[in-house]
Design a protein around this ligand. Structure first.
Ligand SMILES: *[C@@H]1O[C@H](CO)[C@@H](O)[C@H](O)[C@H]1NC(C)=O
Ligand SMILES: *[C@@H]1O[C@H](CO)[C@@H](O)[C@H](O)[C@H]1NC(C)=O
Ligand SMILES: *[C@@H]1O[C@H](CO)[C@@H](O)[C@H](O)[C@H]1NC(C)=O
Ligand SMILES: *[C@@H]1O[C@H](CO)[C@@H](O)[C@H](O)[C@H]1NC(C)=O
Ligand SMILES: *[C@@H]1O[C@H](CO)[C@@H](O)[C@H](O)[C@H]1NC(C)=O
Ligand SMILES: *[C@@H]1O[C@H](CO)[C@@H](O)[C@H](O)[C@H]1NC(C)=O
Ligand SMILES: *[C@@H]1O[C@H](CO)[C@@H](O)[C@H](O)[C@H]1NC(C)=O
Ligand SMILES: *[C@@H]1O[C@H](CO)[C@@H](O)[C@H](O)[C@H]1NC(C)=O
Length: 580
C-alpha cells in the first residue's frame, strides 16, 4: 500500500532523532544527559519543516518574539537546522502552550549567519512580548524527487490469532509495566532534566519470547529511555510483539529498527532495515542518507552502514552539491574517500571537493586531519593538465606545500615512467590504491547510452534501447605513456534474444549490456580492465553499479539495490584499466 505524502516529514524527524541520539546510547541507564547545546534551535508544534522557533539558552528552550522578524532571520534558523533556506515567516499562529521564557526579541540578522544566536539582539530574555507573538517559520525543503512516502504492512504473524492484539489493546490482566521515558531537553527549576513518562502495561507471558525485556526476572517492569521522536512508536512496537504485524512508514522505520535492535527482535529489525534502501534515494538533500549512516554506525549495523556508504559513493557528485555536504563528519568523508566505487567525473573533482569541504569547515579541522584527508586523494589518477595547474589553482597548496609536492611527484612518475621502471622504484607499491581508478565518468573513460522513448503500446515489458552501438575510444591506461595507444570499445544494450543473436552474443536476461574491446587487448599483459556499468534512475541518481564478466554486465547485487521503475533507467559505461 502506498500513501502519498511529502517525504520531507522524514528528514526533520531524522534530524530530531540525531539530536536525541545521546538518549539512545544510554537506553538502560540514565547516567548521561543529552542536553542540547547552547544556541541550538528547533521548530516546535508544526509539521515537517515548520513550527514555532525555539532556541536553547541557559538550559531551557525558549521562544522568539516576532518584532523585527523577517526573512533574514528565518533563513538563519532554517539553515542552522540543515534546510536549504526559508520559505516564509509565520506570524500570530497559536501554537501549543509555550511555558518557557521568551529568549529573543528585536533580532537583527544579516541572513548569512550560521547560528541564530550570533545575530544582534538586545539581551537574552529582554522583551516586552507575550507568547502570542511567538514567531514561526516554514523552511524550504529541497526539490521534489519522488514525493512518495511508503507505508508498509509487515506481517510475520503466520498463525497467530488476532486475539493477541485485543489482549494488548485491552490490557486485561496485564502484569508487566514498561515505563517509557524521554527527555524533553528542558531543565526544571530544581536543575534536573524534564522527563515525559508513558507507561504501557503488557503481559509477561508474551514478552518472555524476547529475553531482553527481562520479563522472566521476577520483576514487575522495566524502564526504557528513548528519544522523544520515537516515543509515539513504542506502543506499535510492543503491539508487534503480540501480533507480529505492524505498519511502517518512513518516519517510524528508524525508531522501529532501533527498538527491534535494542530488544533483539531480529525479523523486525531486518525488515525495517530493508525499507531504508527504499527511503535512501528519496531525499535529494542527502540529509536522510547521512543521518542513516550515522545511525547505522551508532547501532553497529554494518549492513545498513555499507548500504548508506555505497549510495553516497555512487552519488558522490550530487552529495558534494547538497546541503548535507559541509555537515559530513570527517569519519564519513574519510571512509568515502577510501572507496574505489566513488562515481566522479575524474580524480581532480575529488581533490576539489575535499579542498572545498576543508575550506568550508574553516578552523574546525586540524592541519593533521587535512593532511589525512588529502592523502586519500589518488594523485596519480589526476589528469596531467590539472597536475600542472595545481600549484596555482589549489586553495590549500600553500598550506600543505610539501604534501602536494610529494604527491605531484608521485603522480608524474606514474605518468612518465614505464611500468617496468615504476615497479623498480622501491617506493612504488602496486597494492597502493593511489594507482587504481575510481569510477570516472568524464571523457575519455565513459559514455552514456541514449535511450529511445518508450512506447506504451509496446508489448515488450522492457524499454527499447537504441540498437546502434556506441563506440568509446580510450587509451589503454591512465598513464600518459599510453596516450596514443587507443582501444575502441563497442557498447550495446540488447532488449531481446533477436538482438543478441544478430551479434552472436549469448544473453541470459533482458535487457543485457555488453562492453567489448574492438581490438586485441592481450598484448597489454600488464593491464587489466575492471569496467563498470552504471544504472541511473530518472536521470537523478545512480541506483546500481554492475561489473562485467566476459564483456557482459553482471548483476552483482542480488537484491535490487534501490527501487527504480523498469522503464526509467539509463546506462553509462565506464572503462577502468589497472596495472597488474
Ligand atoms: C513539488 O511538487 C509539487 C506537487 O507535485 C508541485 O506543486 C511543486 O511545485 C513542486 N516543487 C518544486 C520545487 O518543484
Ligand atoms: C514514570 O511512571 C511510572 C509509573 O507511573 C513511575 O513508577 C515512575 O517513577 C515514573 N518515572 C518518572 C521519571 O516520573
Ligand atoms: C535486564 O536485566 C539486565 C541484568 O539484570 C540489565 O542489565 C538490563 O538493563 C535489563 N534490561 C532492561 C530493559 O531493563
Ligand atoms: C507514520 O505512521 C504514524 C503512525 O504509525 C503516524 O502517526 C505518522 O503520521 C505517519 N507519518 C507519516 C509521515 O506518514
Ligand atoms: C581561524 O581562526 C582565526 C583565529 O581564531 C580567525 O582569525 C580566522 O578568521 C579563522 N579562519 C576561518 C576560516 O574561520
Ligand atoms: C586553473 O585556473 C585557471 C585560471 O582560473 C584556469 O584557466 C584553468 O583551467 C584551471 N585549471 C584546471 C585544471 O582547472
Ligand atoms: C543530481 O545532479 C543532477 C545534475 O545537477 C540533477 O539533474 C539531479 O536531479 C541530481 N539528483 C538528485 C537526486 O538530486
Ligand atoms: C538484479 O537482480 C535482482 C535479483 O535477481 C533483480 O531483482 C534486479 O531487478 C536486477 N537488477 C537489474 C537492474 O536487472
Amino acid at each position: 500500500m502506498l500513501v502519498h505524502r511529502n517525504i520531507f516529514t522524514l528528514w526533520l524527524l531524522l534530524l530530531l532523532h540525531v539530536s536525541g541520539s545521546a538518549a539512545k546510547r544510554q537506553l538502560f541507564g540514565r547516567q548521561r544527559n543529552p542536553v542540547p547545546q547552547e544556541g541550538d534551535v528547533r521548530l516546535f508544534d508544526g509539521g515537517a519543516a515548520d513550527g514555532r522557533v525555539e532556541i536553547y539558552h541557559d538550559g531551557t528552550w525558549g521562544t522568539v518574539c516576532d518584532d523585527d522578524w523577517d526573512m533574514a532571520e528565518a533563513q538563519v534558523v532554517c539553515r542552522q537546522l540543515g534546510f536549504p533556506g526559508a520559505n516564509s515567516v509565520v506570524f500570530g499562529k497559536i501554537y501549543k502552550k509555550a511555558s518557557g521564557p521568551i529568549w529573543l526579541d528585536d533580532l537583527k540578522c544579516k541572513g548569512t549567519e550560521k547560528y541564530l544566536s550570533t545575530c544582534a539582539f538586545t539581551n537574552w530574555g529582554a522583551t516586552d512580548c507575550s507568547h502570542k507573538e511567538d514567531v514561526g517559520v516554514l523552511c524550504e525543503t529541497s526539490a521534489n524527487v519522488t514525493n512518495v512516502d511508503y507505508l508498509y504492512s509487515l506481517d510475520h504473524s503466520i498463525s497467530l490469532s488476532d486475539e493477541r492484539g485485543q489482549m494488548f489493546d485491552s490490557g486485561n490482566s496485564c502484569d508487566f509495566f514498561i515505563s517509557v521515558q524521554s527527555l524533553t531537553g528542558n531543565t526544571q527549576e530544581d536543575g534536573t532534566p524534564e522527563v515525559v513518562n508513558v507507561t504501557i502495561c503488557a503481559h509477561k507471558s508474551i514478552l518472555l519470547q524476547f529475553p531482553l525485556f527481562n520479563a522472566s526476572k521476577g520483576i514487575s517492569g522495566i524502564t526504557v529511555d528513548i528519544a522523544q521522536s520515537c516515543q509515539p512508536h513504542f506502543s506499535s512496537f510492543i503491539r508487534y510483539i503480540y501480533t507480529r504485524k505492524v505498519d511502517v512508514n518512513s518516519s517510524s522505520a528508524q525508531c522501529l529498527h532501533w527498538m527491534a535492535y535494542t530488544f533483539g527482535v531480529k525479523q523486525l529489525m531486518e525488515d525495517t532495515g530493508r525499507l531504508f534502501s527504499k527511503i535512501l534515494p528519496e531525499d535529494a538533500s542527502f540529509h536522510t542518507q547521512v543521518s542513516l549512516y550515522n545511525y547505522a554506525t551508532e547501532t553497529q549495523d554494518w549492513v545498513l552502514q555499507e548500504n548508506c556508504a555505497q549510495y553516497l559513493a555512487w552519488n558522490y557528485q550530487n552529495l558534494t552539491m547538497s546541503p548535507a555536504w559541509t555537515q559530513l563528519s570527517i569519519e564519513l568523508l574519510g571512509s568515502l574517500l577510501l572507496r574505489s566505487d566513488l562515481v566522479v567525473p575524474d580524480e581532480y573533482f575529488v581533490l576539489q571537493s575535499v579542498e572545498s569541504w576543508i575550506t568550508e569547515k574553516g578552523n574546525s579541522t586540524s592541519l593533521e586531519t587535512q593532511v589525512d584527508l588529502l592523502s586519500l586523494i589518488r594523485f596519480p589518477m589526476i589528469p596531467v593538465e590539472a597536475l600542472y595547474d595545481l600549484e596555482s589553482n589549489s586553495s590549500l597548496y600553500s598550506t600543505h606545500r610539501s604534501v602536494y609536492r610529494d604527491n605531484v611527484l608521485k603522480a608524474f612518475q606514474f605518468n612518465f615512467l614505464l611500468f617496468s621502471n615504476l615497479i623498480s622504484n622501491p617506493k612504488f607499491n602496486r597494492e597502493d590504491d593511489d594507482y587504481r581508478p575510481r569510477i570516472y565518468t568524464a571523457k575519455p573513460w565513459s559514455a552514456a547510452l541514449p535511450r529511445l522513448q518508450t512506447d506504451n503500446r509496446n508489448r515488450n515489458h522492457y524499454n527499447q534501447y537504441n540498437p546502434t552501438t556506441i563506440v568509446l575510444n580510450t587509451p589503454v591506461h591512465n598513464s600518459l605513456i599510453f596516450k596514443t595507444n587507443k582501444i575502441y570499445w563497442a557498447s550495446n544494450v540488447f532488449s531481446n534474444q533477436q538482438e543478441c543473436s544478430n551479434r552472436g552474443v549469448r544473453c541470459e536476461s533482458f535487457p543485457s549490456a555488453r562492453l567489448a574491446p574492438q581490438s586485441v587487448v592481450s598484448q597489454w599483459s600488464n593491464i587489466v580492465f575492471h569496467n563498470r556499468l552504471l544504472l541511473m534512475c530518472q536521470g537523478k541518481y545512480i541506483f546500481q553499479v554492475q561489473d562485467f564478466k566476459n564483456n557482459m554486465a553482471v548483476n552483482a547485487t542480488q537484491v535490487p539495490a534501490y527501487p527504480c521503475p523498469d522503464d526509467q533507467y539509463s546506462y553509462r559505461f565506464v572503462v577502468r584499466p589497472e596495472y597488474v
